[in-house]
Design a protein around this ligand. Structure first.
Ligand SMILES: [Zn+2]
Length: 125
């Protein structure tokens, strides 16, 4: 695939490849939220741990967070639907404002392109 990476990737963690074209991805806002709720458990496990254990546990903490949040298909439309909602989805409660406004901008850009393809006969200005 040679498509330019969408800037929305910045707000998602790329996980396992689901099929030849798509990765399972996780919203960073949702991930951080899940991590916070697992923090106590993690800190308990590393309380007297050495460096190596700490590293492994931190890895596990992240993996557990991935398990806890629903994965999003790794493409632009799924990203936008997750961040600002769609008919089938509610908008994400955990994503940053920055991520959401980028998603809104991209959705608008798409609508503009779509309406140019099917020009209206009436023109205001
Ligand atoms: Zn999210």
């Amino acid at each position: 695939m040679s498509t330019k990476a969408n800037v929305l990737w910045k707000y998602f963690h790329k996980g396992e490849k689901q099929n030849s074209a798509h990765y399972a991805t996780y919203c960073l806002g949702c991930l951080n939220n899940a991590k916070e709720s697992l923090r106590e458990d993690y800190e308990e496990r590393v309380r007297d741990a050495d460096e190596a254990t700490r590293f492994n546990e931190e890895q596990k903490w992240f993996d557990d967070a991935c398990q806890a949040v629903p994965s999003v298909r790794g493409d632009k439309h799924a990203f936008i639907a997750h961040l600002i909602g769609s008919k089938a989805n509610k908008e994400c409660e955990h994503a940053s404002e920055e991520a959401k406004s980028e998603a809104r901008a991209q959705r608008h850009a798409e609508r503009d392109t779509a309406s140019k393809k099917a020009p209206r006969t009436t023109q205001t200005k």
